[in-house]
Design a protein around this ligand. Structure first.
Ligand SMILES: *Cc1c(COP(=O)(O)O)cnc(C)c1O
Length: 357
């Protein structure tokens, strides 16, 4: 095979990044292992326990229950599945803000659960009143987002946990992308802060592990019991996962990345990313574009469609929000030099007339 993967020098759109060198090495070493078969692949099964413990430490949970999933999508699907099966209703629904990741739409479709989405406020955060209105006795799960995919916003999680309590529902926090930056902010987002029942946190995003590595954490073993089909929950039982065979690469690289980076390395990485996001937001603002303040290292700005298209032609990997804004995720591979070169291209393109408008 001759193909080479893209390099990261113009990638501004991705929530994934270059794995830490130790994580890359661990992924290769454990590529041919299957933590779904712990009786055969004992070492990687034990590593998975270490990974879950370490994720629990980040997420403020002393005795975490959970596993390394294929990503945030699987973790969210499984959180919905467990909540559905634990709820005492024939017509379960999930209440989430409209900013929730599209994986909840997949979950609802697969699981036959009604997804009710509530509008967000002017700062793109879940509106507690709207969430309250949608929740009822058939609500199995209330979802809050800690680091939203489009704007990097953190919902009012304490209030949403009360909404879940009042409805007799479980409360799930989706920190798939935010989980490795939020520990270094003032946000109240995890098990130790608010009444979280389940949480998604992806090592293969800000955690610098190799893809595929997602994380599902639960406060109670009942959640894993609900997922373990026909068997009571046992440590590292394979029945709790959605996938059967799965690569040990994600598990091993998660442990390697955490050993290398938690907490000082992740703190440094967050500070650099956040400074870069603020620098880019200022640069775009100075050029007259409307910018959504980056509360986490993610910048959205209203730039003309033609400019967006021409930046793509220049090879910049950029994406758009649902509302059409330019969206730049300041992942660890995104350096200040990259952003300077990006802004220089914006200036150059803004000076030359466009053929499309
Ligand atoms: C990326 C993301 C997901 C989905 O995770 P995958 O690893 O792509 O499956 C879910 N929720 C949020 C908030 C995300 O940013």
């Amino acid at each position: 095979m001759r193909a080479e993967p893209q390099d990261f020098s113009r990638v501004l759109s991705s929530m994934c990044t270059e794995p830490h060198p130790a994580a890359r090495e661990a992924a290769e070493t454990f590529l041919a292992t299957n933590p779904g078969d712990p009786g055969t692949y004992q070492t990687v099964a034990e590593l998975e326990g270490d990974a879950v413990d370490a994720l629990g430490e980040i997420a403020g949970l002393d005795e975490p229950h959970g596993y390394i999933a294929s990503g945030g999508t699987e973790a969210n699907i499984q959180a919905v599945r467990a909540a559905r099966d634990l709820a005492a209703t024939d017509a379960p629904n999930v209440v989430a803000p409209e900013s929730a990741h599209f994986s909840f739409r997949k979950a609802a479709g697969i699981l036959g659960v009604e997804l009710r989405t509530a509008p967000v406020d002017s700062d793109y955060r879940a509106r507690v009143d709207a969430m309250t209105e949608l929740a009822d006795e058939d609500t199995a799960l209330v979802v809050g987002v800690a680091g939203s995919t489009e704007y990097g916003r953190v919902d009012p999680l304490a209030a949403l946990s009360d909404v879940a309590d009042d409805a007799g529902a479980l409360f799930h926090v989706d920190a798939a992308w935010g989980g490795f930056v939020l520990p270094f902010t003032d946000e109240e987002w995890h098990f130790d802060h608010v009444g979280v029942d389940t949480l998604t946190i992806d090592p293969h995003k800000m955690g610098r592990a190799a893809i595929p590595a997602g994380g599902l954490l639960a406060r109670s073993p009942d959640v894993l019991d609900a997922l373990a089909v026909d068997t009571p929950y046992l440590e590292s039982t394979e029945q709790a996962t959605l996938t059967g065979t799965r690569s040990g690469a994600g598990v091993a690289s998660t442990v390697a990345a955490l050993e290398a980076l938690w907490p000082a390395g992740y703190r440094e990485q967050y500070v650099r990313a956040q400074n870069n996001a603020e620098w880019l937001a200022d640069a775009l603002d100075e050029r007259g574009y409307d910018v959504v303040e980056p509360t986490l290292p993610l910048v959205a700005a209203d730039v003309p469609r033609s400019l967006f298209a021409r930046l793509r032609e220049e090879g910049w990997r950029i994406s758009r929000t649902g509302a059409g804004e330019l969206r730049v995720v300041c992942m660890p591979h995104v350096t200040r030099e990259m952003l300077e070169s990006f802004v220089a291209d914006i200036d150059a393109l803004a000076r030359t007339p466009s053929t499309v408008e």
